[in-house]
Ligand binder design. Structure first.
Ligand SMILES: [Zn+2]
Length: 225
């Protein structure tokens, strides 16, 4: 299995460390770190930010490897909103759709806490499961068919993406399983699916995206649900 090459930013990790990261950002961090051995083992290029994250959450006497495994366990338990915190909140009848790729524990736990987990078709080629995180504008698991293009757009707030299967291409290159990126207001990008299989990704918009093309505005209007 190839390892992620695109990691979440130092700023996002520091935000997590000092407690200012949004619920959406925390979920994106949990999902990326569950799939990224470099971030888990502290060999990623942003090791200083990871260490500050560990230092903020662990007692000073804990060993780095112990701290890191504790951190990963804590991340897997995210998000710790009341509705998802108790095991009793998990619905015994809930199951993930058969075509779902293997998801990080934090996300599968969140999905299974919902009564039913089914893809909603927003448009031909675009399906979504709304994660129902009230503190962010929109948090969805998205499924894009091969050949889909997402028109150029700006961002009203941070947009976090973590890919679980298939691929996406944007100006920064290819995003495959485990790869993550955050776009901020002023960052503009168009995206397209890459390869022959559908792309399933977590996409969290802390504020509405801002389409820059007529087709993009139309697409946003169609998928506003
Ligand atoms: Zn990473």
């Amino acid at each position: 299995m190839t390892e992620p090459r695109r990691h979440l930013s130092d700023d996002l990790l520091r935000g997590f460390a000092v407690g200012t990261a949004s619920e959406g950002a925390r979920l994106a961090i949990a999902c990326h770190m569950a799939l990224c051995r470099a971030c888990q083992e502290g060999t990623a290029t942003h090791e200083a930010a990871l260490d500050s994250l560990l230092a903020a959450r662990q007692p000073a006497h804990a060993s780095p490897s112990h701290s890191r495994s504790r951190l990963l366990a804590d991340l897997a338990a995210l998000p710790d909103m009341p509705a998802q915190s108790a095991a009793s909140a998990l619905s015994p009848s809930a199951a993930l759709p058969a075509d779902m790729p293997q998801l990080p524990p934090a996300l599968s736990k969140l999905l299974l806490s919902r009564g039913s987990v089914t893809w909603q078709t927003l448009l031909p080629g675009i399906r979504a499961i709304d994660l129902g995180i009230p503190s962010v504008w929109r948090a969805r698991l998205m499924r894009f068919s091969p050949g889909l293009k997402i028109p150029n757009h700006d961002h009203g707030g941070p947009e976090h993406t973590v890919v679980f299967s298939g691929g996406l291409v944007d100006a920064g290159g290819h995003l495959g399983r485990g790869d993550a990126t955050t776009m901020f207001p002023g960052d503009r990008h168009a995206q397209r699916t890459d390869g022959d299989e559908p792309c399933v990704a977590l996409i969290i918009n802390e504020a509405p995206a801002q389409p820059l093309t007529i087709s993009g505005r139309f697409l946003q209007w169609l998928t506003r649900g």
